[in-house]
Design a protein around this ligand. Sequence first.
Ligand code: DGT
Ligand code: CA
Ligand code: CA
Ligand code: ZN
Length: 577
Amino acid sequence: MVNPEIAAVFNEIADLLELTGGDPFRVNSYRKAARSIEDLTEDIADVANRGELQNIPGVGKGTAERIMQYLKTGKVAVHQELLNSIPRGLPELLTVPGLGPKKVQALHRELGVNSMADLEAVIADGRAERLPGFGKKSVEKIAEGLAFLKRSAGRTPLGAALPLAEGLRDAVREFTGVRRIEIAGSARRGCETVGDIDLLCIADDGERVVNAFTKLPEVTGVRAAGGTKGSVLVAGPVRGEIQVDLRVVPEESFGAALQYFTGSKEHNVRLRELAVRRGWKLNEYGLFDGDRRIAGREEEEIYEKLDLRPIPPELREDRGEIECRGEIPRLVSLADIKGDMHVHSTASDGRSTIEEMAEAAGKRGYRYLAICDHSKSSVIANGLDETRLLRHIQDIRAAGERVKGLTLLAGIECDILANGSLDYPDDILAQLDWVIASIHSAQQQDRASLTRRSIAAMENPYVCCLGHPSGRLLGRRDAMDLDWDELFATAARTGCALEISASWQRLDLKDVHIRQAIDAGCRLAISTDAHSTDQLDQMPLGVQTARRGWATPEHILNTLPVARLRAWIAAKRKRRM
Ligand code: DGT
Ligand code: CA
Ligand code: CA
Ligand code: ZN
């Protein structure tokens, strides 16, 4: 489907127009068209073939022509013209958090800033600060944004890297002579971002396999190609390129290589120490006593020989998994999850109806599903005012009657306002089965204010879960500045659950915070925040993140059967705080 590509082009046209000080009305109309194209459920080429482009909301005659241009030539003329009229490095500046089109324009016009390097220079020598409309505070924010970009540079969010890794794995599996293939590295450990993708396979003729690997259609560049290893670049799922390493090993070393290349480096160092202490040697070829290989074919053999139970890849970070030997708890797995506690519907900004979501949840084996649309202050997300919410609750209940085998919970994702109050009064919240409270505004407040807001929400008896508690967006926005100890203590005291958002852009709470929360006695709920049926499939990302935080089924609320879940909610509501 070309829909996402066309939407991206239109969004970039809007950015470029804004950069050049273009008419806000035009800017807006491009953004609107981009949004409706993203929301289309069918291929826009089919719509074009029927001559119905102008039936798409926000698409007029001119926009329809530009869509046709793209479909015929892969380009849009105005887009190309804009790109040609603007210095090459400028659009990139828009990706710096804290820097909008107006500021970029001023930096360019007044100080001749044309690139990231120019921007750094004018921040460093103090010229940016003296520009009208800038000032110390806003320049500090831009500098932080730049530092953030540098930190996250070159890493791809797990949820974007995994489909790519799986596609390449499946392609290599079909090559002649490949007998087994696995994903290794940080992707196997479920790290929130992935630097490069590591693949490992068994084959006799390594050179032939590596050669075929470098010729895959996805490959945009070849870094190395030999008899045992190939290293290529493929187009990144978000932007830029991502490196993919393929290693070919013989059968008797596969387990050792899988262990070694899964890592982490820190975990491997500890394992090697255990081997050395026994007078052995451990490397990617096997575990050796002198010249004799005593393990290597299967990964588990290595751990067993070192007197360890097999350690799940998610725990291999040298965070206590070696010390606790056989005592690793049974971590939560996808099969334990009985329902999704946070999904949207067309009532606010979702793309699927309540019933479509319910049906899709049923297909995934769930027993319950909480529909949690946006509350009234989330205006851009079409949040529900009280009147619409009350009708929406009835709609959810009516849909619940119709769907079989699945309990629908009437929920809400209620905004926590800047002053810490909630978006609805208690008598409205009381009519819902499940209330998530989330911060979507004023995320720049200081630590004390943000912490106070989160705590106030959890103290409301009707609030059962704090949504995406840190507010971070992977590679795009840092976490809010919160007092985590106090937040976890409050969650434990009030019995309010904390969300583990499985959304690929969030993974929030993150692994180390999940572990802290568990230690503090908190309950967690893994939810996808799905805005369409296919996004329900993000659940494994949340489960993997929970596993990295050492979560067992007992720590996760939505492993409970529905009756016990309801009892848990009732208890939270009655709790005295
Ligand atoms: P990434 O790619 O930055 O997301 O992280 P990883 O963990 O995938 O790291 P990568 O691709 O550099 O290497 C894959 C694994 O290979 C790594 O987790 C552990 C192992 N490895 C790589 N270099 C070394 C090393 O110098 N010493 C040890 N012990 N292991 C290494
Ligand atoms: Ca890697
Ligand atoms: Ca690598
Ligand atoms: Zn949300």
